[in-house]
Design a binder for this molecule. Structure first.
Ligand code: HAM
Length: 418
């Protein structure tokens, strides 16, 4: 085989695509109950958008972006995440002038040049949401409630929720200083990346996955001990709301997330069944980002679900299965085949999935194909049947059979208990 997918990207084939469709459909249904509307932004953006929002010293920007020059010499990047683009669109189209809150969801591929492994790909898919215009922690809790409702509906309810607050521009500088002091005391134990960036972006060390860094930061000062009154109150109210909704969670003071734009609330939904890449969904507040892009001061919060990880968990619970057609026509002779061909179109437009064998093979092999295709009902039509004005049917599940008037195929289907 000459051509194959490139490393870290994958084809998604049926029957797995049925699971993807189910997940997407469920997200759309649940999210619309919470007032979210779909937004579709381009996959390509100017590189600067991601550098300025995600942060220059993050792994994503330093090592993982698919960046190239277009034919006019502009630096373009395949989006590594969705938030920056939604913020850009929010400002570009003046959506801040609409009544707050503005709530959006998006579904689509993202690109990060990471080392591929189970649950980590170079092209992956997110279902994300962003809420603009409300600073109340009620929204943060409402988002967690919505993730819970979504996960429950698709049948995943044993995931853990970890939350944290990473402060704001008032309190974080104090914490930053203390953290740099702490990191300086053991700089030799840090990995090369962290040694290079801890002065500029010490919070990144807390997010580092290298074991020696992880071990060292166990004794690091905790951000939650440095929160200003406003952030403390926000974090407390957020938790109060979670408790009111009877949502189980734990506080993880080391969770700072891999993107620089967050303020206050951060959270991750994890599963033990996933191994190292255990975050199924993650998000948080980013109250300064809209303003830093030139928009009006606008608090915002959102999250994104990693679809590949969700699908891994789901397919273990219910392996994806091919859906067969409701009806399969088995025909003998040209006249019967024409009759079936017309009926196919007729019953499909009435909402019944239907197939026939265009290969004009024997009755026996057509029956075998109907069975293999997973059809529920087979209609058998030959010259004999047509001259009697009937169609024979066989129910492949219940093993029953009978005859119906050839004019009455659609009525029969409408009354059939599929
Ligand atoms: P993130 O934590 O970078 O956040 O990604 C969110 C989720 O996308 C992860 O929890 C994971 O499930 C999935 N994911 C990330 N990278 C990969 C990968 N290489 N392969 C497979 N799945 C992956 C964001 O992207 C933020 N934009 C979320 C957000 C929205 N925050 C506020 N609003």
């Amino acid at each position: 085989m000459k051509y194959k997918t490139i490393k870290g990207v994958q084809d998604i084939l049926p029957p797995e695509t049925f699971l993807w469709q189910e997940v997407e459909q469920t997200a759309k249904e649940i999210f619309s109950l919470y007032g979210f509307k779909e937004i579709r932004t381009p996959i390509l953006e100017f590189t600067e958008l991601f550098v300025r929002s995600i942060g220059e010293t993050t792994d994503i920007v330093e090592k993982e972006m698919y960046t190239f020059q277009d034919r006019a010499g502009r630096s373009i990047t395949l989006r590594p995440e969705g938030t920056a683009s939604v913020v850009r669109a929010y400002i570009q189209h003046g959506l801040s002038q609409l009544p707050a809150p503005q709530k959006f969801y998006y579904i689509g591929p993202m690109f990060r040049y990471e080392r591929p492994q189970k649950g980590r790909y170079r092209q992956f898919h997110q279902i994300g949401v962003e809420v603009f215009g409300v600073d109340s922690p009620d929204v943060d809790a409402e988002l967690i409630d919505m993730i819970r409702a979504f996960l429950q509906r698709i049948g995943l309810d044993s995931l853990s929720i970890e939350i944290n607050s990473i402060g704001c521009e008032q309190c974080r500088p104090f914490y930053r200083e203390r953290l740099i002091e702490f990191l300086s005391s053991g700089v030799d134990t840090l990995c090369n990346d962290c040694q290079r960036r801890y002065q500029k972006n010490p919070l990144r060390v807390l997010d580092c996955k290298v074991p020696t860094c992880k071990e060292f930061i166990k004794d690091a000062p905790r951000i939650t001990d440095f929160l200003c009154d406003g952030c403390k109150e926000h974090f407390q109210k957020f938790q109060q709301r979670l408790k009111a909704l009877e949502i189980q969670y734990s506080i993880n003071p080391e969770m700072v997330r891999g993107l620089d734009y967050y303020t206050r609330t951060t959270f991750e939904i994890t599963s033990n069944a996933l191994g190292a890449q255990n975050a199924v969904a993650a998000g948080g507040r980013y109250d300064r980002l809209v303003e830093s892009f030139g928009g009006p001061p606008t608090p915002a919060v959102g999250f994104a679900i990693g679809m590949e990880r969700l699908i891994v968990l789901l397919s273990e619970l219910k392996p994806p299965r091919d859906k067969g057609p409701m009806v399969y026509f088995v025909t003998l002779g040209e006249e019967a085949s024409e009759f079936a061909f017309k009926e196919l179109s007729h019953i499909r437009s009435a909402g019944f999935s239907a197939e026939m064998d265009f290969r004009r093979s024997s009755l026996k092999s057509q029956m075998r194909r109907a069975d293999k295709a997973g059809a529920r009902l087979v209609f058998i039509v030959g010259e004999d049947e047509l001259s009697k004005g009937i169609v024979k049917y066989r129910d492949l599940r219940e093993h029953t059979e009978g005859e119906i008037d050839k004019q009455g195929v659609l009525d029969f289907l409408k009354n059939f208990n599929f």
